[in-house]
Ligand binder design. Structure first.
Ligand SMILES: [Zn+2]
Length: 458
């Protein structure tokens, strides 16, 4: 049945064992299919060095992100440096099979740690120039005041504490990365690329830098005019882009992201080297960039149209979809980013939290609402039965929502409700092919089970 279904459709499947239909939707499928999709995606970070041009090599799978080496007349240029010196020195060793020339330059496409933390492993005794944008370091922009909760959410999104049997991957990166030396090899940039960009020659290699905000405001992309190789940084990888990260980020400028990728497409590269996942060669490089830009723009436009039609973020998160001709493109499957999360991010990025409906100006306090819901159900016991039956029928989202009401009710078996929530989270996780969602559900279930969470979080 799922075979005939488009990836984002809402599928209703009758399961013989239960009377109520199991509902899949958004980034969910039957567990076997979801797991198979994620496992297949792992090919995108098979460890190895890929020769993308006569003098250009990209190391994939040595950590979460990619690093590349361009060989020039009297030296090499390194683009992005992985997360820490241990993974970077492994990649460097692999590069050195192709050239032993000294490092003349290091380039950071943007300031995220998985691209900057391993620089020292490439340099040895050399002191190369290090290139980054003028805005380098402005990537996160979120208040340090919420750093503790962001750290927790980061662990969940990436599934950092999941057991090997629970772990799959991170959508555009493997899960088994060595993160212990995070950032230890970082070398601060000494050359700033101005907003107008820069065309120069390094080690005899003509190279061009273009400012390209997207996943971060401090991003740029790199173009080799002779080799026709384009390095996109994290504004492109083989997944629908992470226009919002559930670990918690400030608004990522979705419109600029789409524009940056459209600008990349204009170069018609022979090879596109993404920030994560394998390079794309040939004509597909340009069509992938055009499609990517169009997909982002379409989600933005549909959301804006919906907002102006008075629709709420909840409604729009279920309504907005990728256009039919883009839905099944292999580089737009929602392994990492997700359309519904993007819709919510665009909504709050443009308008803030308020959805314009006066009902939501001052909603009932959760405890009061839970009591009212219990009354509607015919009493606490009946509400608990509804919760149990939602779980039994694998209507996991509804089971979660009901457990969140039950947790506030005096006299309810809160411990039981907690167990229902844990089971529902694991049920949802199994259906998810969106890696951050899957990792988050599983991590949260484990935290609930081990009693790490406060009463408020249940
Ligand atoms: Zn990255």
């Amino acid at each position: 049945m799922a075979k005939n279904c488009k990836l984002h459709c809402f599928v209703v499947i009758a399961v013989a064992a239960v009377t109520t239909p199991v509902v899949f939707g958004q980034t969910k499928f039957e567990p076997a299919k979801a797991l198979n999709m994620l496992n297949t995606q792992e090919q995108q970070f098979d460890k190895g060095v890929i020769k993308v041009a006569d003098n250009v090599f990209t190391a994939v799978g040595f950590h979460g992100a990619n690093t590349s080496m361009i060989v020039g007349d009297d030296g090499v240029i390194i683009i992005d440096t992985l997360f820490g010196p241990s993974s970077a020195s492994e990649a460097n060793k692999a590069f050195r099979k192709f050239s032993d020339k000294p490092v003349k330059a290091i380039i950071y496409t943007h300031s995220h740690g998985d691209h900057t933390g391993g620089a020292s492993a490439f340099t040895g005794m050399e002191r190369p120039d290090v290139y980054a944008t003028e805005d380098f370091g402005s990537a996160e922009g979120a208040s340090a005041a919420v750093a503790p909760v962001k750290a927790k959410r980061n662990v969940r999104q990436f599934g950092r504490t999941l057991s090997p049997t629970e772990s799959t991957n991170r959508g555009v990166a493997p899960s088994n990365t060595n993160d212990s030396d995070r950032g230890e090899g970082f070398i601060p940039p000494n050359i700033s690329i101005p907003n107008s960009g820069l065309k120069t020659t390094i080690a005899g290699v003509d190279i061009e830098f273009y400012i390209g905000p997207g996943e971060t405001d401090d991003a740029m992309f790199i173009w080799l005019p002779k080799e026709k190789v384009l390095f996109s940084g994290d504004n492109f990888y083989r997944s629908f882009p992470n226009l919002y990260a559930i670990r918690g980020t400030v608004y990522r400028d979705v419109l600029k992201w789409s524009e940056s990728v459209a600008k990349m497409a204009e170069f018609k590269p022979h090879v596109l080297v993404p920030g994560h996942t394998k390079p794309i060669q040939g004509e597909e490089a340009t069509s992938a960039l055009s499609d990517y830009s169009e997909a982002i723009r379409s989600v933005y436009d549909q959301t804006v149209d919906g907002i102006n039609a008075g629709k709420s973020p909840d409604q729009l998160a279920h309504e907005v979809q990728l256009p039919e001709h883009l839905k099944n493109k292999p580089y737009l499957i929602e392994f990492y980013g997700s359309v519904p999360h993007a819709v919510r991010a665009i909504y709050s990025g443009l308008l803030g939290w308020y959805d314009g409906n006066p009902t939501t100006l001052s909603p009932l306090e959760p405890r009061t609402k839970a009591k009212k819901i219990a009354e509607l159900a015919g009493g606490t016991q009946q509400l608990v039965e509804q919760m149990n039956s939602a779980l039994a029928n694998e209507y996991y989202q509804w089971a979660l929502e009901l457990s969140d009401h039950v947790k506030w009710l005096e006299g309810a078996d809160r411990e039981h409700a907690r167990k229902v929530k844990i089971s529902a989270l694991r049920g949802l996780a199994a259906q998810e092919y969106n890696a951050p969602n899957r990792n988050y559900y599983l991590s949260y279930a484990n935290e609930l089970e081990s009693g790490q969470l406060s009463e408020v979080w249940f």
